[in-house]
Design a protein around this ligand. Structure first.
Ligand code: GLU
Length: 420
């Protein structure tokens, strides 16, 4: 390797997460034992789900559930349906959930699940069988006081409804607190559907303040038009920012004068696909490199890497997706003076309102949308301030600061329980 040439980048989300976990724990003063316990989930289950397909064949799908650590309380985190789901990805996602819950001070550890499948190519009936089969397969290790699932990539409130129904049938009592992100009539919370995007918008507002950027008229690019990306584009558009680029898994749209977000929202399908309807598209890579003030990766992992980080022109990057920026790219962006708000803080709005949903289910007492939003604002603001101040006080990037803030309570609980 000649000098100046970038070294091979670690694109394995689990091993690259472990590097940051190790650094955060060591800065908090913890030794090898704590790292050995927290570098992998406490529990990891692999399941097989047979599905009778509409064409008469039987397909057997593979699914996973990871429970990172339950020293603080039950584990919590979404379930994704995606063809690229891997064991390491689900494990990393469960660690990120622990950190998210730690930052927001929620009484949970992290959990995560995934099924290797492509719901875009499956009928409703087939998706329902995957949802119910997955719950049957993991039912022994989940429950309202054990591990509480939620939506994630390509799962939605309908999938949560099937899962809640299946769990309630198995247990033989109504169990709304088993899962969050449900439809409102089945015990869902007001504001859960928009909560991830609301949290991202709060982070953008706070990040813009510290970077002295006026949001009115600012140029925003959003990668991904699923639950987080589409609502966020709408909020930014409504608050007077110019959304000049959006994308889905198949391509991206760019208009320097600002895209017509309302019409795109009307035309997207339930998985956030919209660019197929247009001829003049650009690639996702071109989208990320557009000249803009604020860039929001709201799709999948490893989008901003050592290969393209140098060409990112945004002044603020707020991660709405989980794991969109590699640690190497984080360093390149930070060195360039970009303020990067990491996923574990940026997208915590989703699990914060999931927590509110679970509290409401446990109490059988439901809040108004205004109450939910006020509480979300309070928790997000406090989370942003704590992480930002930690990064400033210690002169470290916000990702490392977030890991320190997020793991501190968990490590303390582990010590108090006498595990380490
Ligand atoms: N899947 C979301 C996340 O990654 C939400 C998890 C939840 O609500 O429990 O944060």
């Amino acid at each position: 390797m000649t000098s100046g040439e970038p070294s091979a980048e670690n694109l394995n989300v689990l091993t690259s997460t472990q590097v940051v976990v190790k650094e955060a724990l060591s800065r908090l003063g913890y030794g090898k034992e704590m790292y050995d316990l927290l570098k992998e989930p406490l529990r990891f289950l692999t399941v097989r789900i047979p599905v009778h397909m509409d064409d008469g064949s039987v397909n057997v799908f593979t699914g996973y559930r990871a429970q990172h650590n339950d020293a603080i309380g039950p584990t919590k985190g979404g379930i994704r349906f995606h063809p690229d789901v891997t064991e390491d990805e689900v494990k990393a996602l469960s660690i990120w959930m622990s950190i998210k819950c730690g930052i927001a001070n929620l009484p949970y550890g992290g959990g995560k699940g995934g099924v290797i499948c492509d719901p875009r190519e499956m009928s409703f009936k087939e998706q329902e069988q995957i949802a119910r089969g997955y719950v049957r397969a993991i039912s022994q290790i989940v429950g309202p006081t054990k591990d509480i699932p939620a939506p994630d990539v390509m799962t939605n409130s309908q999938v949560m409804a099937w899962m809640m129904d299946e769990y309630s049938r198995i247990r033989e009592f109504d169990s709304p607190g088993f899962i969050t992100g449900k439809p409102i009539v089945l015990g869902g919370s007001q504001g859960r559907d928009t909560s991830t995007a609301r949290g991202v918008a709060i982070c953008i507002r706070e990040a813009a303040k510290v970077q002295n950027i006026d949001l009115k008229g600012s140029r925003v690019v959003v990668q991904g038009f699923g639950n987080a990306g589409s609502y966020l584009a709408k909020f930014m558009h409504d608050s007077g920012a110019k959304v000049i680029g959006i994308s889905d898994a198949y391509g991206a749209l760019h208009d320097e004068n600002g895209l017509d977000i309302d019409s795109l929202l009307e035309r997207r399908d339930s998985f956030g696909t919209v660019t197929k309807l247009f001829k003049n598209t650009i690639s996702n890579q071109e989208l990320l490199e557009l000249n803009c003030d604020i860039l929001v990766p709201a799709a999948i992992e490893n989008q901003i890497t050592q290969q393209n980080a140098d060409r990112i022109q945004a002044k603020i990057v707020v991660e709405a997706a989980n794991g969109p920026t590699t640690p190497d790219a984080t360093k390149i962006l930070t060195d360039k003076g970009v303020l990067l708000v990491p996923d574990v803080l940026g997208n915590a709005g989703g699990v914060i309102v999931s927590y509110f949903e679970w509290v409401q289910n446990n109490q059988g007492f439901y809040w108004t949308e205004k109450e939910v939003m006020e509480r979300l604002e309070e928790v997000m603001m406090h989370s942003f301030e704590t992480v930002y101040h930690t990064s400033q006080a210690r002169t470290i990037d916000m990702r490392l600061a977030a890991y320190m803030v997020g793991l501190r309570r968990m490590a303390e609980a582990i010590e108090l329980r006498g595990w380490v």
